[in-house]
Write a protein that binds this ligand. Structure first.
Ligand SMILES: Cc1cc2nc3c(=O)[nH]c(=O)nc-3n(C[C@H](O)[C@H](O)[C@H](O)COP(=O)(O)OP(=O)(O)OC[C@H]3O[C@@H](n4cnc5c(N)ncnc54)[C@H](O)[C@@H]3O)c2cc1C
Length: 321
């Protein structure tokens, strides 16, 4: 094993672990003798039990108020100093990116961000991260007694939960001194809520869809399949769909079971966001389009015609059910 003990910070939303928190447990188990989940918040005990069912050997809970980067960094720093893990994993969510970097600074630890690969080689843990928008990958081995990895969501697969799995849960108390910044009010942005990161089916359209009207076919197929609409940057820039649907380097990183890419060329900035999909179906009229390099099934032809046929077929299947 590359490590004796890995500490995984399992972020929660509304009291439940977010996917990347549970995904990291899978990665940690491959390299560590003991995986300890850290859950912070008001209802940490139930999320800790979930983390154990998804593979953590043990869990540490800390009762704390709502998320505050400064406070949570102090808590994780204290736990890392007390339990001395060789690695601390933090999920690459909006808060996690901020938190992980602060924890690393407090621990004076090396930190690798946007980690998409974790393996053991010659008794050391090797962390893989993309560079230059995913054009190349770098492998890093971090020196020192502790290292922090900020792990990209959707890359590792959650384990099947094991009902009733037992693991030691330790409740810790960490004193957090006066904070420099206090959150006085949290305002929820009024925007379309699109949960692309957790979607199992995504139907995505690119510039090749040609118009807002044609893009409706992407939306119709996504609806019929119970999936979510994805888009390339040009499709978003043309106003066919809101920014919340953009997949890629400057959009969202997704990992559905099925990704249907219609009229998408396969630029690296798009592919880097969807390459983690289990099964990719690409439709493009250009047989040399680079999207076919990453597709499991490629359809060379007009995406508008292909989507219309798919919609009809799905409707027929549903009518027969
Ligand atoms: C810093 C940076 C960040 C970026 N971030 C992102 C990002 O997050 N996400 C993203 O998507 N892009 C991003 N881009 C843009 C990216 O480089 C590409 O320009 C973009 O992904 C291309 O989108 P597209 O495939 O829709 O369009 P195009 O590259 O124009 O491809 C359209 C495709 O449709 C095909 N086509 C045309 N008509 C039809 C038809 N009727 N039927 C079937 N196929 C058809 C064509 O053959 C072509 O392959 C970024 C770029 C930069 C520089």
């Amino acid at each position: 094993m590359g490590c004796k003990n890995v500490m995984v910070y399992v972020e929660t939303a509304e009291g439940k672990p977010v996917n990347v928190g549970l995904e990291m447990l899978t990665a940690a188990k491959d390299i560590a003798e003991k995986v300890t989940a850290v859950v912070i918040g008001a209802d940490a005990a139930s999320a800790a039990a979930t983390a154990i069912s998804y593979g953590a050997d043990a869990a540490i809970t800390v009762d704390a108020a709502e998320y505050n980067t400064e406070a949570y960094a102090v808590i994780i720093e204290a736990l890392a100093k007390k339990y001395a893990p060789e690695m601390v994993f933090v999920g690459g969510t909006t808060n996690g990116k901020d938190l992980g970097a602060r924890v690393a600074a407090k621990l004076k630890a090396g930190c690798v961000t946007d980690v998409i690969g974790i393996k053991e080689a010659d008794g050391k843990v090797v962390l893989t991260a993309p560079l230059y928008g995913g054009s190349i990958y770098s492998d890093a081995v971090v020196d020192g007694s502790v290292a922090v990895a900020i792990v990209r969501g959707g890359v590792f697969k959650k384990a099947e939960p094991e009902e009733g799995k037992q693991g030691e849960v330790t409740a810790e108390t960490v004193e957090v001194a006066e904070l420099k910044a206090k959150i006085v009010n949290a305002v929820q942005e009024i925007s379309e809520s699109v949960n692309l990161e957790e979607a199992e089916i995504i139907v995505a359209g690119g510039r090749g869809m040609g118009s807002a009207e044609n893009f409706e076919l992407v939306k119709e197929l996504a609806d019929l399949l119970g999936g979510v609409v994805g888009a390339t940057r040009p499709a978003m820039e043309d106003g066919w769909v809101s920014r919340a649907h953009q997949v890629g380097q400057s959009g969202k990183i997704v990992a559905p079971k099925l990704y249907i890419a219609a009229g998408i060329s396969g630029a690296i900035q798009h592919v880097s966001g969807m390459i983690g999909s289990d099964y990719i179906v690409a439709i493009n009229k250009d047989e040399d389009a680079s999207i076919f390099d990453v597709a499991n099934v490629g359809i060379v032809g007009n995406a508008i015609d292909a989507l219309k046929i798919m919609i009809e077929e799905v409707k027929k299947m549903k009518a027969d059910e």
